[in-house]
Design a protein around this ligand. Structure first.
Ligand code: M6R
Length: 609
């Protein structure tokens, strides 16, 4: 995880670095720091490396008095999500070597740092932090004999694991050296200088022209040039890509929190995701015409967290309309369990950020077994898109809050469109598919309706926000929604919660039910609604209080509170029924006075395994 930014040019570096870090805080916010090459003397070649860093968020760093002394035009910066070592000033980046001449910021994990530490100590170096990163500036120092590029490439050859690094040094004050492997890094270029960041939005205010660094590549960034090398220092050529994104859409626009704004953006985000891909009169258009879907006998949907829940919600759609057995797997399991895949397997990967380490590894594994890989991603140009055979984008817009909301609804929507596309290709274009298509086109309006009805939950959230344990139950697609609702609640309200398939309750978990335990039931399928009602009654008989989210006509006076949501095709209900659960988690976190957008211990992009 962690976010890194860099700048070299004619402007002062610090404001650019701080702005970039603020936008990258979704990648971690345990500590933040900046290193700048300052020139305070009349001798224009006399540069000094100055560092300000501290525990806490970027605003803490911004308000640090020492920041105003950093006046240089060359700098690197970091916002940390702690992996090795507690969040503390000592463990904050930038890290320096023993001579204080090289400063490094790093995103990723150096897996062999213990042996590298030993090697450095045997060579007389001292290490002061608990981090894996501190070995990097010291290795650069050890290999430096006048050529920084060579010292960085020699260091890279020693590193195992993942890294995106930026290096500055008093020895070469006109350069930032950057390198990467399995962690993202982009370079934005403009007439006023060159910018480096972990993602595009962090520097989109300054330029829309970007270079993308690939794995095991190094770049020498100067104020008016950018050069690229492979790890053996052979020069390579890269072309600039122009990115059309709106930097304004990353603002809160009057909402109290990004999460609330993103919940409200769902009707529009889903409308954008449908775009011109789907219409009643024409074949679905996804620009993936080269895939021969007839050759697949199995589908795998692989992802992490909320994206995996989107896969769970979509599995029955693929099985019903494409008639291909579909398995959903957690990327961190898939990558290590030798899944049975070959050239007849279609692997779909889902990721909002496109940078999740386990999902990237899962894509690489699937490709190595000759499976066809397609990724559903929100962030344009992100790493997963570069590893997959095919990518289709959700058009959710930037999702800033750590808790994913609009990315999820857009992912399930796009998976639905993909299933329709495949069913049409396979010749299963019947009236059931047509009515599913029609329902999908109505989603933006249904989402608008559910935004209104969900607000009623505030009262209920106020009543129960002090509880310690909550349970969610549902069947089929409703169970997938329960998993996601429970994750939302855990991550932003810190309340323990679990989701069960309704029928499982009596096989163990019912032992946990006591007087006033809250159970949230989700019921959107008329075929199984009576069954789940019975399961809720079983819990009520043991003292539980029930909150029900439903689009069915359920007349039961034992239910404590009901949120009625608009009816929709059962297979699309996860896109609608999740909305009240998003609000529920949000209101509870607000009543508990918690930071909704940046919950403790989490980061938006999980770029380590
Ligand atoms: O960027 P990705 O979609 O690959 O991220 C996957 C998960 O880390 C993410 O969905 C996480 O579970 C969210 N914080 C949940 O709200």
């Amino acid at each position: 995880m962690c976010g890194i930014v860099g700048y070299i040019g004619e402007r002062k570096a610090v404001p650019i670095l701080i702005n970039g870090l603020l936008s990258l805080e979704y990648r971690g916010y345990d500590s933040a720091g900046i290193a700048v090459l300052n020139n305070n003397s009349s001798n224009e070649n006399n540069y000094q490396l100055e560092i300000v860093k501290d525990k806490g968020r970027v605003n803490n760093l911004k308000n640090n008095d020492k920041i105003k002394d950093l006046i240089g035009n060359v700098g690197i910066a970091h916002t940390r999500w702690a992996t090795h070592g507690i969040p503390s000033k000592e463990n904050s980046h930038p890290h320096i070597d023993n001579t204080g001449k090289f400063a490094v910021v790093h995103n990723g994990i150096i897996e062999n740092y213990t042996s590298l530490r030993r090697k450095l100590i045997n060579n007389g170096y001292k290490l002061y932090s608990e981090t894996d990163t501190e070995v990097i500036p010291n290795l650069i120092n050890m290999y430096y004999s006048g050529d920084i590029l060579k010292a960085v490439s020699d260091t890279m050859k020693e590193l195992k694991g993942s890294y995106a690094i930026e290096v500055i040094s008093e020895f070469c004050p006109d350069k930032i050296i950057i390198a990467k492997k399995d962690s993202p890094l982009v370079i934005g270029t403009s007439e006023k200088g060159n910018y480096i960041a972990s993602d595009i939005p962090a520097i989109l205010t300054y330029t829309n022209k970007f270079y993308f660094l690939d794995d095991e590549e190094i770049s020498v960034v100067q104020k008016d040039s950018v050069e690229f090398y492979d790890i053996n220092l052979s020069q390579i050529h890269k072309s600039i890509k122009t990115i059309e994104l709106d930097s304004q859409s990353s603002e809160k626009n009057g909402y109290e929190d990004f999460m609330l704004k993103e919940i409200y953006e769902q009707p529009n985000a889903v409308r954008e995701t449908i775009g011109s891909r789907l219409s009643l009169s024409e074949k679905t258009n996804l620009n993936i015409d080269y895939i021969d879907f007839k050759k697949f006998n199995r589908i795998f949907i692989v992802a992490c967290g909320t994206a995996m829940h989107a896969g769970m919600a979509a599995k029955p759609i693929f099985e019903k309309f494409c008639k291909i057995p579909t398995e959903v797997d957690v990327a961190s399991e898939f990558r290590y369990r030798n899944p049975l895949i070959d050239e007849h397997t279609f692997c779909i990967f889902i990721s909002q950020s496109g940078e999740t380490a386990d999902t990237i590894a899962a894509v690489k594994l699937a490709k190595s077994f000759s499976a066809t890989t397609l990724s559903i991603v929100n962030v344009i140009g992100s790493s997963i898109t570069r590893f997959s055979d095919y990518t289709i984008y959700t058009h959710a817009g930037p999702e800033i809050a750590v808790a994913s909301t609009k990315a999820y609804t857009c992912q399930v929507t796009l998976l639905g469109i993909l299933a329709i596309y495949m069913a049409e290709f396979l010749g299963y274009d019947d009236k059931n598919l047509q009515s599913f298509k029609l329902a999908l086109l109505k989603l933006p309006d249904k989402l608008k309706e559910v935004l209104d009805t969900s607000k009623t939950l505030k009262k209920y959230a106020k009543k129960i926000f002090n509880q310690h344990d909550l349970y969610f139950i549902g069947r089929g697609s409703d169970y997938a929604v329960c998993m996601e609702g429970s994750l939302k609640l855990k991550e932003i309200s810190y309340i323990h919660s679990e989701a069960y398939a309704s029928g499982e309750l009596k096989h163990g978990p019912i032992a946990l039910i006591e007087k006033d335990t809250t159970i949230i039931g989700v019921i959107t399928d008329s075929l199984t609604s009576k069954k789940t009602i019975s399961n809720l009654e079983e819990a009520i008989s043991r003292g539980a209080k029930v909150l029900l989210i439903t689009n069915q006509n359920i007349d039961n006076d034992k239910i404590d509170f009901t949120v009625s949501i608009p009816p929709i095709h059962t297979l699309l209900s996860p896109i609608i029924s999740i909305v009240p659960l998003q609000f529920f988690a949000y209101y509870i976190a607000k009543f508990k006075n918690l930071d909704v957008d940046k919950p403790r211990n989490l980061a938006k992009s999980v770029t380590v395994e």
